[in-house]
Design a protein. Structure first.
Length: 227
């Protein structure tokens, strides 16, 4: 086996974040008497995605992001007088209750467990991710778990990757590989950390940046296990 250490993203690489987000957002908006129709949820996604990109560029913090996305959504809904803070808190609590895995994710990690060390590297809010991980059957299989809000930096900063390798005892970067679904966070973080990368592209997107591009777990296993 070429690789002995796997650094892997969580949301939309292992966990189905889109499903969790949809359920939690509907619960939260409904509880506060706000519309949960498609137009509103699409606007929320637009706001949220823009703020996460700003976080990746170092233009905001996760603490600010958690509230600002709902402040902007309330402005869109013409309800600027509503307080976004309790809405943000309720959303975080609701989101933490959903830990759906992508089809095949559990079999993928179990196939690698014991053959290589695995570190979960997540750009996430600590309370939400820890709550979801407490519900996840894979959590006990990770050798290291690092969450950006706890570390203080987010991918594409390579800090979490470097920390994970150190904690796993990796002294040769050629033995480590980062796998994730984001060309703006996961893959640049791998490049900056000096390790190979696997772009998990379920929608068929391609890029010259990653070392490998796969559209399913089986192809990733072939790379990781040297098949």
């Amino acid at each position: 086996m070429k690789y002995k250490y796997l650094l892997i993203d969580n949301d939309n690489t292992l966990m189905d974040f889109l499903a969790a987000e949809r359920k939690a957002l509907t619960q939260t908006l409904t509880a506060f008497g706000l519309p949960a129709d498609q137009h509103t949820t699409e606007n929320y996604h637009h706001i949220n995605n823009a703020l996460w990109k700003a976080l990746e560029r170092g233009e905001t913090t996760q603490g600010e992001l958690k509230v600002e996305r709902f402040r902007q959504l309330l402005a869109f809904l013409n309800k600027p007088d509503m307080d976004p803070v309790p809405i943000a808190a309720a959303y975080g609590q609701n989101l933490g209750n959903w830990a759906d895995l992508l089809p095949g994710a559990e079999d993928f990690i179990r196939a690698l467990h014991g053959r290589m060390k695995i570190a979960l590297i997540s750009n996430g809010v600590s309370s939400i991710q820890r709550s979801r991980l407490a519900l996840c059957p894979l959590t006990e299989l990770f050798d290291v778990i690092l969450i950006s809000e706890e570390v203080g930096v987010a991918k594409p900063d390579p800090t979490m990757l470097l920390m994970a390798m150190e904690q796993m005892g990796c002294t040769d970067k050629t033995q480590a590989v980062m796998m994730g679904d984001s060309l703006s966070a996961d893959i640049p973080a791998a490049i900056r950390a000096g390790v190979d990368s696997i772009f998990f592209s379920q929608k068929g997107k391609t890029s010259p940046l990653p070392t490998y591009t796969v559209n399913c777990y089986e192809k990733a296993l072939n790379i990781l296990l040297g098949r």
